[in-house]
Design a protein around this ligand. Structure first.
Ligand code: CA
Length: 295
């Protein structure tokens, strides 16, 4: 008798391919194609601990739309809803927080004509509210959102993650971070107050690892990155592992294992470099002075 899993979805491990058609490396332990997925491009992945949720955008080829889908780990489809509003047909990186799915909805454009917004849906994919929009901050493209529960902060990344908008959970603006530690983050997940962001690359994708201070949430540091070809789009944490989902016109869910953190190069602030240089010059002057006196 065929297993429940093989009846509902095609297991493609171990030779899974990511959205660029590349064969997944050994750090993908499990993958499952989502056979009901059509047309759109995968953007974000989140979980409530039982179900997975994926967000999508209209593709560059003008196919598909902004959708939210709910499904099980074995790929079984539960629900789907089209959430685009007019030209807002790009749903970005998502997070599930306190019973609600937080979803950025934008035009597919780095300089949109109308404001982006964060919309929230409940676990049955019923619309809950529009939490905030970008009009106060210049109609930027909002491409990914994440909630940091311990800091009580919400991060929103723009197109390419050249800017990071920090908000309080009540939707009041806190701070704009220009040039955050990593660019081009597609989707985040927070695990024990550490931020993990998926970042596609021309060679291989990776998970960028950030830490922040525990007061304002605005002092961000790059800890390092973990290379994995499975993490070009949606990213979440479930059952002790990172999971990712990606694809254009199709979608595959991956469980990522054996990830290796490559620490970031230490970055010395300019002030520190100047102090160090002055210290060296000072020591050299003292030594030279001693030598001259001895002559
Ligand atoms: Ca996510």
């Amino acid at each position: 008798m065929a297993s429940f899993v093989s009846q509902t979805a095609a297991i493609v491990s171990p030779s899974a391919r990511d959205s660029y058609g590349r064969i997944s490396p050994a750090d993908v332990e499990y993958s499952v194609d989502l056979p009901w997925f059509e047309d759109s491009e995968v953007e974000g992945l989140a979980t409530d601990g039982q179900y997975f949720y994926v967000s999508t955008a209209k593709t560059l080829f003008d196919t598909g739309d902004a959708w939210l889908y709910k499904f099980l780990q074995n790929g079984t489809f539960k629900e789907g809803i089209r959430i685009s509003e007019g030209t807002l047909d790009h749903a970005g990186g998502i997070v599930f927080h306190e019973g609600l799915l937080w979803v950025p909805l934008s035009e597919r454009n780095p300089t949109p004509n109308i404001a982006s917004k964060i919309v929230r849906y409940d676990s049955n994919l019923n619309y809950f509210d529009t939490w905030q929009n970008s009009s106060e901050r210049g109609n930027d493209h909002w491409g990914a959102v994440v909630v940091l529960p311990e800091l009580s902060k919400v991060y929103i990344a723009n197109w390419g993650t050249s800017r990071l908008y920090v908000y309080n959970p009540d939707a009041t603006f806190v701070h704009l971070v220009d040039d955050p530690p990593s660019n081009n983050i597609q989707d985040w997940v927070v695990v024990e107050n550490v931020l993990y962001g998926s970042q596609p690359g021309s060679d291989t994708s990776s998970i960028q690892v950030w830490e922040t201070d525990d007061e304002t949430g605005t002092d961000l540091q790059l800890v390092g990155s973990m290379r994995t070809e499975g993490a070009s789009s949606g990213l979440t944490w479930f059952n002790g592992s990172f999971w990712s989902c990606s694809g254009i016109g199709h979608a595959t869910l991956y469980r990522l294992v054996n990830l290796v953190l490559e620490p970031a190069e230490p970055v010395f602030p300019p002030a520190m470099v100047i102090v160090a240089a002055l210290s060296v010059l000072g020591v050299a002057a003292i030594v030279l002075g001693i030598l001259r006196r001895r002559r």
